[in-house]
Design a protein around this ligand. Structure first.
Ligand code: SF4
Length: 70
């Protein structure tokens, strides 16, 4: 596998609290692995929600629709 040229910068910005995942800071792999299950990466969730590890699209819509609409 080719090393991501943005990995160092991505690592500084990665908000995922799940240790031991090889996709940390390799955003394309992270997105691909979650999207195949209709989930989204940790960085798209507020910190307190991210820690639940529910990365489902339904949870994303539920969280952000409350944030934006109410
Ligand atoms: S969001 Fe998922 S795939 Fe991405 S680094 Fe965290 S655990 Fe790994």
């Amino acid at each position: 596998m080719v090393e991501c040229i943005n990995k160092k910068k991505n690592l500084e910005l990665c908000t995922c609290s799940y240790n031991g995942c090889s996709n940390h800071a390799v955003c394309c792999e992270c997105l691909r692995s979650h999207w195949k299950n209709r989930e989204l990466p940790a960085c798209l969730f507020p910190a307190e929600i991210e820690k639940t590890y529910d990365r489902s699209l339904a949870n994303f819509i539920r969280v952000w629709s409350k944030e934006v609409l109410f």
